[in-house]
Each structure stands twice: as structure tokens, then as C-alpha cells.
Design a protein around this ligand. Sequence first.
Ligand SMILES: Cc1cc2nc3c(=O)[nH]c(=O)nc-3n(C[C@H](O)[C@H](O)[C@H](O)COP(=O)(O)O)c2cc1C
Length: 208
Amino acid sequence: MGDEKVKLFGICGSPRKGATDYIVQEALRYAKEMYDVETEYFSAMGKKINFCIHCDYCIREKKGCVHNDDMQNVYEKLKWADALIIGTPVYQGMVSGQTKVIMDRCRAIAAQDIHFILNKPGAAIAVGGDRIGGQEPSIQAILNFYVINEAIPVGGGSFGANLGASFWSKDRGAEGAKEDEEGLKSMRKTINRLLKLALMIQKTKETL
Ligand SMILES: Cc1cc2nc3c(=O)[nH]c(=O)nc-3n(C[C@H](O)[C@H](O)[C@H](O)COP(=O)(O)O)c2cc1C
């Protein structure tokens, strides 16, 4: 008791190895450097993730999703984790289709266990090609996902991060993200809040 590492799971909702992939992995690296955490990473790149088809198999059977695809890995890691990060590229002022489908498909795991991410703190990262391209609505959509599924949405705090980590890649992939000092600051502030809360929750669980 007392020396268990916080388990941190990072999801990247980009279909390529670009800015979001770099930032989510950098967030996991930063968390490892600063806190006693173990991490897992899932990128949508190259993965088979079907749309939710609203067949209600998950509601009727309570055996998970009718699709047997790469979401099985996400389900396992969501259950394993103590804290969550979801990073998305901004597409048309909103989360990417991949990020949205990952969130939609969690209906199946909720149907099986409605508390699948109960009280797990979660943070959001959004990366736009434009400076003001829809990062905030994208972050908000991810924070809403946490609220809906009983997780605890975490921002980064005022003076630098506000709702979460917000990046401007200038459409230059990882290179653009690396150069975004303000974005990196917002990521570090957000990760600090996320891990401090995760540690508090871990301590509380140990005393209960
Ligand atoms: C279909 C599509 C729609 C996009 N829409 C927006 C947008 O609304 N706002 C914005 O700032 N950038 C937009 N972009 C640019 C990406 O958000 C930007 O290049 C981002 O860094 C991509 O992330 P990635 O490098 O992780 O793939 C769009 C890109 C694509 C492919």
C-alpha cells in the first residue's frame, strides 16, 4: 500500500504521426519525469475503429460491443487507468472523426459497467492548424465525455492553460507542435493538475 504508481492512459485521435501524436506522447513523458506514473498509449493511426451503429447489442447483451476491433484495447486500458488524457486534432472546428468514434464507442463499455471511469481524472488536448481554429470546442467535447461518463474533467488553470492543453501546429505536424511554447506550457500545467488530483484520489482510496 502507498507506493503504487498512478496509471496514466493517453489516447491520440489523429490518423497520422503528426502534432497530436507528438504532444500526447510528450505529455506522458513529462508525467513520467515529474511523477511516479506508469503509462500506456493508444493512437488511432492505422487502427480499425468502426462507427457505433446504434444496434443496441451492448445494451441488450451487456457483453461489450458488437464490433471486435481495436477498441477492445482502448476498453482494457480505460479500465486499467487511474487518469486519462485524450488528445485530438481539430477538424472543422471540432474533434476529429476518430476521436469522436472512440468516445461514441464507449457507450458499449458503459452498458456493461456504467462506472468504467468513475472518479478518474481526465484531461483534454486539442491541436489546430490555426491559432484559433476550434481548440476550445474540441477540448469542451472531450471534457463533456468525462462528465457524461462519471470521470472528473480537469483543466490546466488560469494564466496559461484554462480548459486544458491547446496547441497551434501551423499545419506543420510534430515540428509545429514542438515550437509552440505556449501550447507546451498549457500541456505541462494541465498534466500537473491531472497528476496532483490523481495522487490525491489514490491517497484517499488508500485511507478508505
Ligand atoms: C479534415 C481536416 C479539417 C481540419 N480543420 C481544421 C479546423 O477547423 N481548424 C484548425 O485549426 N485546423 C484544422 N485542420 C488542421 C489540423 O487540425 C492540424 O493540421 C493539426 O495539427 C493536425 O493534427 P495532426 O498533426 O496530429 O494530425 C484540419 C485538418 C484536416 C485534415
